[in-house]
Design a protein around this ligand. Sequence first.
Ligand SMILES: Nc1ncnc2c1ncn2[C@@H]1O[C@H](COP(=O)(O)OP(=O)(O)OP(=O)(O)O)[C@@H](O)[C@H]1O
Length: 359
Amino acid sequence: MAYITLDGVSKQYGSVWAVDRVTMAIEKHEFVSLLGPSGSGKTTLLRIIAGLETPTQGRVLIDGEDVTHLPPHRRGVAMVFQEFLLFPHRTVYENLAFPLRMLKLPKGEIEERVEWVLGILALRGLEKRYPNQLSGGQQQRVALGRGLVGRPKVLLLDEPLANLDRELRQEMEVEIRKHQTALGIPFIYVTHNQEEALSMSDRIAVVRGGRIEDFAARTDIYDRPKTAFIAQFVGRSNRFEGLAAAAGDTTTLRGEGIVIEAPHHPGLPAGSRAAAYVKNEKIRLKPATPGDAPAANALAATIRHVILRGAYAEYVLGWAGGEIVASRPRSEAEFSAGTDVVAFWDKSDVDLFSATGEP
Ligand SMILES: Nc1ncnc2c1ncn2[C@@H]1O[C@H](COP(=O)(O)OP(=O)(O)OP(=O)(O)O)[C@@H](O)[C@H]1O
């Protein structure tokens, strides 16, 4: 049996189902992200696990125990929030000791546990400071420490890095993951930021409209998106539309001025509307030559803009059907704006979905 189980969990607010029949199982060693756009139900799901909300339907089990109707402090869970929620008039030490005082632990044990957290989070020397005397990263570490000091069975994090600048966020991502691995308890991490989810998680649950669109290893979510929504939401990709036709191990999409071949897709009847997604980094470029003949998985384009992103260059390309973006390592041949090129990609890099029913 899994360490944490959500069994058919739903939450209704008035006429809105914020969470809709969610079933998932999380193992003890896992770092799991709930990734989805604003309003998709991530926070509500996390609050249900924490015991801050009672589900309208379904059950929550932690470590074999049905905790659905237990209050937060009886579940062995801790939660870290975006707003840090530190007490401004208490020192770092007091902020960390507070949850333990609430649990009425003996003084010696409180000291021991606060010392442990100060050590693992590299906060020693800052015990006597007040929150406004700390950097953003240090404040976030204290908030994390306050979650860990109670030695929870699971740590829940709700966009804890959203208020930090990019560089600090990336440092903290590494740090948070390191603590999760060392502690050996599951972290469940809510974010709308795909980079955060991809950098830290073992598995990612993509949340959409209160439902889990897919719950899979991060590489599967990125490399083999199960739905068009995931293809659009995770990574950066280019979308092409057309009509499907199947032959052997290939499904072909024919659109305005383009032919795309993808691995066989069983769910696309011939003549149905389909959408193909190709990630920016899968699109390769070569200089156009006068004899170029039209080919599948290739299009003639002109470079409109070049955006430098450190190790990568992002090329915005104009073609007969609009614009696409190709992202290439700077170690490859570079092209400048105005150059005519052929953009091409592999059949195995095409993700194809039905577009029937799309507006
Ligand atoms: N207390 C509440 N009362 C009524 N509706 C609510 C309440 N809490 C959330 N909702 C609604 O439930 C849906 C899911 O909200 P939730 O906060 O879980 O989404 P989220 O994915 O965490 O979004 P965000 O990233 O913006 O925090 C939204 O439509 C929201 O308006």
